[in-house]
Ligand binder design. Sequence first.
Ligand SMILES: [Zn+2]
Length: 526
Amino acid sequence: MSARGVRAVGTVVVVALLVVAGVTPALATADRTTATDGWRPAVDASPSDGTLTQQDGATLGERIVASRNDEPGSVTLTFEYRIPDSVSGLRVGVPVLSLPGITVGETDGFEHATGTRFEWDTETERPSVSLRLAVGDTLGDGVRGVERDDWALVSQPSTRVQVRAAERPTRTTTFAVDDAEPGYASSHLAYLGPHDRRNVTVADENATFVLGADADTERATAFLRTANERFDFGVRHDRITVFVLPVSDENTTNVDAATVDTAFWVGESGLRLGDTGGVFTHEYVHTRLGTVGTGDATWLTEASAEYYGHLFALNDGVGNYESFRAGLRAEEYAPERQSVTLTDPETWRGTTAHYDKGAHVLAALDAEIRRRTDGERTLRDVFAGRSEPFADYRSFREAVIEVAGDESLGPWLDRYVTTDALPPLPENPRYYVADPDLDPDGDGTPSGTEVDRGRHPFVAGAGPDGAVATEAEPTTAENETGTESERETGTDRTGTEGSAPGFGAGAGAAALALVAALGALRRRRA
Ligand SMILES: [Zn+2]
């Protein structure tokens, strides 16, 4: 990422706005207020990968079909419903209709009741409503996806479905590409256009590569295999989908990649895994952790993907140790040096500072937890097995203290998260071992054994400091003081950032808002 530097404003940006077929707490509240007049939300039981499953009781089938239009500039999304006999009334709300660039097309059996709501006429057996979604090749008002000559990529908008029914039906939602067109949809993303598909099984998980561009999937598959076996935070999915878009680094800008739930997209070069800062491993982490924090813990989502993206890549033998540390070090916060406080989004909104400082702070925190627990616990214990994001910084702080069993870690963390101070980046490579049984430097000795012997786990033939090991090399020394001094940074605050309206995180699902940075920011994965 940082190696790629600043690019000119380019031509392809995929936007956020993504949406999962879940009911957010706010929406659930709204639904409850209408329950008194007989309308109730359908029970959302669609699994995160969109496959239909057999449910007890009545099922209300929702199918969202994406198709390209003859004229460029928009795609059509058709919402089709299969209504069980027990349902006597149906309302469908499409919140994104309140945004510019989305217009109502044909309706069949639905009346457009209000701005974002449609009401079923109760007679049409398979009612449907079509929306036109503006897409473009640059980010701007109304752009909800990307379209090029041969292909388009769009996201699935969320809907709110309410019914009048004696028995509340279970809603199942599928997202699909029109049968008449080439394309593939999965987990809230749809690629419209010719492509190859490659399916592999990686540690009990099905991985589908949707190849809009010719790309070698071998290295990425190997990473997925290692990751699912070693780095999955206890989060398993049935499937993961990787969309490889036919865009080169030269003609993407601002956003290099993005994840929605269990699918993500990358550009042509995204599968190469040339250095630890590549987009692929970052997005992989998003598919496991989803939204990690909200409120003043919002920074955690990108910080964790950035830190673990680097860390897991390093431990799978990607890149080298020096560039790994250089990639983690927040020398300055893009796009300009500025004062950044992670718990205050105003200080980093529109920048990549929450990735950069966030990853740096998490690296230091990981080392602190390992040091204070004598290697028994790591930062991963703070994230593993969680189904809900941290609601705020306080809850994250409490979880850290609990994992470390050390109250004094609280003030340590406060210093680097709630002020603009930056901790030294850990120097001892032992703190970067993600799995002691792996052998990332390929010297035939696993990382854990190398650390025990005072050898460098990431540099073949080297001691813990990166120098060539000698027989007299001491065991790994604590080296917590570091050489980096904390630095004061400037106070410029620039830039703006796109938000993700209409995005609802499914309960427990790893749903991630794509955040597209506006303006001349450094290229960034979302
Ligand atoms: Zn990200």
